[in-house]
Each structure stands twice: as structure tokens, then as C-alpha cells.
Design a protein around this ligand. Structure first.
Ligand code: HEM
Length: 296
């Protein structure tokens, strides 16, 4: 079967292909499926995720704004199940108001404008360092693997740095995050893979417990220290809340951004007109920022 036929939901041997977000064929080219869902199945049960998929903007908008009817509380337990490294407290992404608002305000204390400026500068430093490393290895005319040499390393390096984790540990971080996120597909795995996921869950927790204790005893200029100090009307985050927040940032930031960067380059190659008109050859950030809403 041709790639084009595989990518079209209506045309697989004349039979309709069912939308399953975990199906590699769907992942390869999801947009025709989204269009069909919006047209024919705006709300559909997805067995592989044990969740409903909601396709239309207005429906998504309405349910995101109605936390009483559509709670976020089951999101994290459904995603990670027994592999959640911090089962004692939910991460804020899996909380509803008012608890969510409270925690979010505390976390925001770490993201005041002066801190953001430092964070932004670090993202440039990390990108430049990675590109310098790539040039050192392959020269300015050589070939390199954008997906592994840049997309996979950049987000994890940035987040590790801002959290205050030594860069040497980023390879471990990436493995832990990939393994923990694989828990979303836990029903499909055998004991060996599940043991790896459990191991990563244990290791990430142990790592952040240790880091928390180090920083609590000796505050530094990093996010964990900022979370520890964040305070509103005498209320602060507990030790376990800071650990959960740090792990959420790591998990939330690594995979999403890696995918975004990879997909953006693929799309820029598919649409060379955008590549040139955005001036990407002169300044990549424009293309990347514009890629964000469109290509993830
Ligand atoms: C392309 C990149 C990204 C995409 C597509 C993405 C997507 C999302 C989505 C869909 C949500 C849920 C919003 C909701 O429940 O209303 C979310 C929340 C969140 N994301 Fe991201 N994200 C990205 C990058 C990041 C990065 C880089 C970080 C951290 C370093 C991060 C950390 C978080 C956190 C902490 C939340 C929870 C916020 C809250 O509950 O208030 N994300 N993200």
C-alpha cells in the first residue's frame, strides 16, 4: 500500500481506518484523521487511551472552561497509573480549581520577569552550545541527525539546567522521561518493559528527593530553590509538592518540545516557501515560534 493511501482514513482497501492516536500510521500523518473527526465524529471513544477524543474547537473550549463537569483529576492517574513517581499529591496539570489556582500562583512566583530573562538567556546558551558541538563533530558542511543531536538534547538540557541539575545527567533524564511517558501504553507491555518503567519512576523520584534536600539546606539560583522559597500569605509548597512540580516540568517540557522541533523542521522542508519567507536561514527562532501553534 502506498504511503498516501495509508495516510487517508477513508481509503484503506476501500475500508475505513479507525482513528487510534497510538497507531504509527495515524501518527505519521494525523491531519486527515483530525479533519474526518471534526466532520463526522466530534466526540469519540478512544479505546487505546481509555478516553474520549474531542475534535471541535468550540467543544474543547467549552469543556476546558467547565472544570466541574470535566475534571482534570483523572488525567495523571490515567496517564501513568501505578508508575506515577509521586502518587501522594497530584501534579497541577491534573488538578481543578481552587487547588489548581493556588498551586499555579505559587509556581508562578518562580517565573517573574527578571527570572524569565535569565531563563531565556540560558535557552540561547544551550542552543549555541549544542550547535557548536555539532559543528565541532561534523563541520559546517557535514550532515548530522537533527532529531537525536538537537531535538532530543535541547529541551532536556534546558530544563535540566534551569532546574539546577548537572548537564552530565541529561542522558539519564531523557531515558527516565521517555520510560515514564511509556506508562501511558502500559496495557500493551510485558513484564520486562514494565520493570524498566518502574525503575525509571523510582530513579526520578529518588533523584528529586535528594536534589530537594540538597537545595533546602543550601539554596541556589535555580527553579527548585525558587519553588522551595515561593510563598503567598505564609503558604508555601510542601517538599512533596515541589518534587511533583519539578517532575511535571521535566516530563511536560521534554517530549512536547522535542516533538515540536522535529516536526517543525519536517514541515519547513515540505514548505520551502515558508522556510525562506520566514527568514529562517537568517534567524531560526521565527520559524520555530510560528511552528508552535501549527505543527504540534
Ligand atoms: C510544544 C511544547 C508544548 C506543548 C504542545 C504543551 C502542551 C501542553 C498542554 C496541552 C497542556 C495542558 C493545558 C491544560 O490543561 O489546559 C500543558 C500544560 C502544562 N505544560 Fe506544556 N506544553 C509544551 C511545552 C511545555 C514545556 C517546555 C514545559 C515546561 C518546561 C511545560 C510544562 C507544562 C506544565 C507545568 C503544565 C501544567 C500547567 C497547569 O496545569 O497550570 N510544557 N502543556
Amino acid at each position: 500500500m502506498t504511503e498516501a493511501a495509508l495516510s487517508r482514513p477513508d481509503s484503506q482497501d476501500g475500508r475505513e481506518r479507525v482513528y487510534d492516536p497510538l497507531d504509527p500510521v495515524v501518527k505519521h500523518e494525523p491531519y486527515p484523521y483530525y479533519a474526518k473527526l471534526r466532520r463526522d465524529d466530534p466526540v469519540t471513544w478512544l479505546p487505546s487511551l481509555q478516553a474520549f477524543g474531542v475534535a471541535r474547537y468550540d467543544d474543547v473550549d467549552a469543556l476546558l472552561k467547565n472544570s466541574k463537569l470535566y475534571s482534570s483529576s483523572m488525567f495523571w492517574p490515567a496517564l501513568l497509573g501505578e508508575y506515577d513517581p509521586v502518587p501522594e499529591v497530584p501534579p497541577m496539570i491534573s488538578m481543578d480549581p481552587p487547588g489548581h489556582v493556588h498551586l499555579r500562583k505559587l509556581a508562578n512566583k518562580a517565573f517573574v520577569p527578571s527570572k524569565i530573562k535569565i531563563l531565556v538567556d540560558r535557552t540561547y546558551e544551550v542552543a549555541n552550545q549544542l550547535i557548536d558541538d555539532i559543528i565541532a563533530r561534523h563541520g559546517t558542511e557535514g550532515e548530522f541527525d537533527w532529531a537525536t543531536d538537537f531535538c532530543a538534547l535541547y529541551p532536556v538540557t534546558v530544563i535540566a539546567q534551569v532546574l539546577g541539575v548537572p548537564t552530565e545527567r541529561r542522558a539519564e533524564f531523557k531515558i527516565w522521561v521517555d520510560n515514564i511517558l511509556a506508562a501511558a501504553n502500559r496495557a500493551a507491555y510485558g513484564p520486562e518493559r514494565l520493570a524498566e518503567i518502574q525503575d525509571s519512576s523510582n530513579k526520578i523520584r529518588a533523584f528529586f528527593e535528594e536534589l530537594y534536600d540538597e537545595r533546602a539546606a543550601n539554596l541556589q539560583d535555580d527553579l527548585i530553590s525558587d519553588f522551595i522559597q515561593a510563598e503567598i500569605d505564609g503558604e508555601t509548597m510542601s517538599r512533596i509538592e515541589v518534587i511533583q512540580m519539578s517532575i511535571l516540568l521535566l516530563i511536560g517540557g521534554v517530549e512536547t518540545t522535542t516533538n515540536l522541533l522535529g516536526t517543525t523542521l519536517v514541515e519547513l522542508k515540505r514548505h520551502p516557501d515558508v522556510y525562506v519567507s520566514n527568514g529562517v536561514q537568517k534567524g531560526p527562532p521565527i520559524g520555530v515560534e510560528e511552528g508552535s501553534p501549527f505543527w504540534i
